[in-house]
Ligand binder design. Structure first.
Ligand code: SF4
Ligand code: SF4
Length: 131
C-alpha cells in the first residue's frame, strides 16, 4: 500500500525550499509579530490569502498532506501588519510582543516546516521515528 506520509514529507520539503527564495524582512523589528496557536488552526488558509509579504507557510498533514494541515508564520519575515489576525475565522492568530514571539511560537507550534528541529515540532525532523 502506498505510504502517503512520503507525499506529506515531500510537500513539506517543497515548502522549505521556497523559503530560501523569499526575501527576509528589511525594516526594523516590528513591535508585534503574528503567532499561530496551531491547536486551534483548521488549515483553512484564509490568512495566507491576506498576508502582504507571503510569510505564512502551509504545513502539510502528517499522514495525508491535505488532511490535518495547518499553517505557521515565518517570524523573520512577518511585518506585524495584523491582517491575518483580523481575517482568521477561528481566532487562533495572536499578535504578540516581538521580543517574546519566538518563545511563544515554539510553545504553540505543533508541526513546522520552517523549524523542523524545534523541540515541540519534531514531526518532520530526523529524530522522529514516524517522519
Ligand atoms: S501580521 Fe501581516 S505580515 Fe505578519 S503573518 Fe500576519 S499578515 Fe503576514
Ligand atoms: S486563518 Fe486561522 S484557522 Fe485558517 S489557516 Fe490561518 S490560522 Fe489557521
Amino acid at each position: 500500500m502506498y505510504d502517503y506520509r512520503d507525499i506529506s514529507a515531500q510537500r513539506a520539503e517543497e515548502v522549505r525550499k521556497t523559503l530560501a527564495e523569499k526575501p527576509v524582512r528589511k525594516i526594523k523589528l516590528p513591535k508585534v509579530l503574528a503567532v499561530i496557536d496551531q491547536a486551534g488552526c483548521t488549515g483553512c488558509e484564509a490568512c495566507i490569502q491576506v498576508c502582504p509579504v507571503d510569510c505564512i507557510e502551509l504545513v502539510p498533514g502528517p499522514l495525508y498532506p491535505d488532511m490535518g494541515k495547518m499553517v505557521e508564520v515565518d517570524l523573520d519575515r512577518c511585518i506585524g501588519c495584523k491582517a491575518c489576525a483580523k481575517m482568521c475565522p477561528w481566532d487562533t492568530i495572536e499578535m504578540v510582543d516581538s521580543a517574546k514571539s519566538y518563545d511563544i511560537a515554539n510553545d504553540w507550534t505543533l508541526r513546522s516546516v520552517i523549524k523542523p528541529q524545534a523541540e515541540n515540532n519534531a514531526i518532520w525532523g530526523a529524530d522522529n521515528p514516524d517522519a
